[in-house]
Design a protein around this ligand. Structure first.
Ligand SMILES: [Zn+2]
Length: 288
């Protein structure tokens, strides 16, 4: 009996956690996925990357597995990243390190000419408004709703030509001002913009840069954003279904003409929305 107990204890100690990594090399601005197999006595907690911590959730299409999305910002350096996996094994808190490599994404450059008052907002009041809007949005994006609202694959917010993709380096009136943080779709004034998936409406607001803005919370830290709209058809706090009209397209905010700017965030990190949707559709939202 003593012998058998010792043997079992040894086996448990040798059992390592089982994790599948979607890609070991990941371009800046993109998201990767880790999957964990449910093992008796194991409790997966979170994954820490630098100062950020990402919660581990149950896969929507397979309750025998857990998942975590790891987003890498556009500004992330091309280098090795240590992922600290926090888990519990038979009530013992453990950490295992995993090494991923961030590589430089292939992003183009584009020149944009807009009215100079929109490039360098001078007035104190305007600066105050912009920082208030930024802080409000970051508070929303940092809120991880501990449940998922989605069960089926994402759809496009609009069926039209993509006029500018995520990640393009942007040069406003000759000076570098960052990068294109979303995907632009061609949209004549007044085109219906639809929800890419089921969600809770987290924000409906006219903002300085993004104009008529709707933010959708899909749960578990996943957000999609719809900018430059002319009118709204939804209210904050309301639940929407995939395909519901959020409002009509427009040219509000810092734009040169009417279009839809569509973007996405994972735990507040801005990522390529189409790469994220493709990743979620292939790995989390099929097979139901
Ligand atoms: Zn855009």
């Amino acid at each position: 009996m003593k012998f058998l107990l010792l043997f079992i204890t040894l086996l448990t100690a040798l059992m390592a956690l089982e994790v599948d990594v979607l890609n070991w090399k990941i371009p800046n601005g993109q998201t990767t996925l880790l999957e964990f197999k449910e093992i008796k006595g194991f409790e997966y907690k979170s994954v820490e990357v630098g100062k950020k911590s990402f919660s581990i959730f149950t896969k929507p299409n397979d309750s025998t597995k857990k998942y975590v999305l790891i987003p890498f910002s556009y500004y992330e350096k091309a280098e090795n990243k240590t992922l600290k996996i926090h888990y519990k094994q038979d009530d013992k808190e453990l950490v295992e390190n995993l090494l991923l490599k961030v590589i430089t994404g292939k992003y183009a450059k584009e020149e944009i000419h807009v009215s100079s008052t929109k490039v360098n907002p001078r007035s104190k009041e305007l600066k105050k408004r912009i920082s208030k809007e930024y802080n409000e949005a970051m508070r929303i994006y940092s809120t991880v709703t501990p449940r998922s609202y989605i069960s089926k694959p994402f759809i496009q917010p609009l069926n039209s030509k993509i006029t500018s993709s995520f990640g393009k380096a942007r040069v406003y009136n000759g000076s570098h001002k960052g990068y294109h943080s979303g995907t632009d779709y061609r949209a004549a004034m007044g085109t219906p913009i639809i929800a890419a998936n089921d969600a809770r409406v987290a924000l409906v607001k006219k903002r300085f840069y993004s104009g008529g803005t709707v933010l959708l919370d899909h749960g578990e830290g996943i957000y999609t954003c719809y900018f430059h709209m002319s009118t709204f058809e939804v209210k904050e706090g309301q639940m929407v279904r995939q395909g519901d009209v959020l409002g009509l397209s427009g040219k509000s905010g810092r734009v040169t003409g009417p279009h839809l700017h569509f973007s996405a965030r994972i735990n507040a990190v801005q990522v390529d929305p189409l790469q994220l949707i493709s990743l979620l559709n292939k790995n989390l939202l099929t097979g139901n």
